[in-house]
Design a protein around this ligand. Structure first.
Ligand code: ACO
Length: 216
């Protein structure tokens, strides 16, 4: 039942046994280009960041797109509760001085400003944290199909909404095509330290995070 057919690509719910190769895939096809990751040094993600992504696997809310045995895309998603912004601010404070702490500090502001729980009056949400498609297979709508499959999975598990913070211009366009509703836009230039120095500087064309929601 975990195999959802979709043309030539099939979607499988990620299990604990898949975790290691999922992370290998994310290293090559997600982290190397994801704007927050490449927007603050060092280029590699922190171990806490990787551990956080993998902590979503037991919820049965992470999908991989397979072409035979080969992973061609992945979506890492998990449950989010109304105290999420508060939780993110606490985590960012705990991890002050680290790359992942700096990223979480920005995501906390993004979460607070999008305010999906009050605006949509929902008790929980499924949040897509990471989306990656094999760099040699971009432009085949694999990302779009995996997000659609994630919406079906979320509906099946009883989530009222699917949310995501699009840090990349490409993922934002993808959500627009899938009729997600834009909740909030936050420019990277707005995230500065006490001296006014920008904390995360992704390369062009990525200049803002766009938060989207889809009712399931
Ligand atoms: N660089 C250049 N062009 C791209 C990229 C890219 N990273 N991604 C997509 N495109 C182009 C495609 O070639 C295609 O062009 P076309 O319309 O001329 O054919 C168009 O954009 C649409 O492509 P899609 O098929 O919708 O995108 P795809 O599913 O292949 O990939 C994705 C989108 C998953 C966002 C991909 O860019 C990626 O893996 N990026 C690296 C990781 C990343 O930044 N993820 C998003 C972060 S936000 C989040 O995870 C919630």
């Amino acid at each position: 039942s975990s195999i959802l057919p979709f043309d030539d690509v099939e979607f499988k719910v990620v299990t604990a046994e898949d975790s290691e190769r999922l992370m290998q895939f994310l290293h090559v096809h997600y982290y190397r280009e994801e704007p927050l990751t490449i927007g603050c040094p060092p280029p590699e993600p922190d171990a806490e960041d990787e551990a956080f992504l993998l902590s979503n696997v037991p919820h049965g809310t992470c999908l991989m797109a397979l072409c035979g045995e080969r992973i061609v895309g992945a979506a890492v998603a998990g449950p989010k509760m109304p105290d999420e912004a508060e939780h993110l601010f606490e985590e960012a404070a705990r991890l002050t001085g680290t790359k992942w702490g700096r990223i979480l500090g920005f995501l906390a502001i993004v979460e607070r400003d999008a305010n999906v729980f009050q605006r949509f009056n929902v008790p929980k949400a499924l949040h897509l944290h990471a989306l990656g498609v094999d760099a040699t297979l971009r432009g085949r709508r694999i990302g779009e199909r995996i997000v659609s499959a994630l919406g079906s999975r979320g509906r099946e598990l009883g989530y009222p909404v699917l949310t995501t913070d699009c840090t990349s211009i490409y993922s934002a366009r993808l959500m627009e095509r899938l009729n997600f509703q834009l909740l909030n836009t936050l420019p990277y230039s707005s995230y500065v330290d006490a001296a006014g120095v920008q904390l995360i500087k992704p390369p062009a064309p990525h200049d803002q995070v766009k938060t989207y929601v889809l009712r399931l």
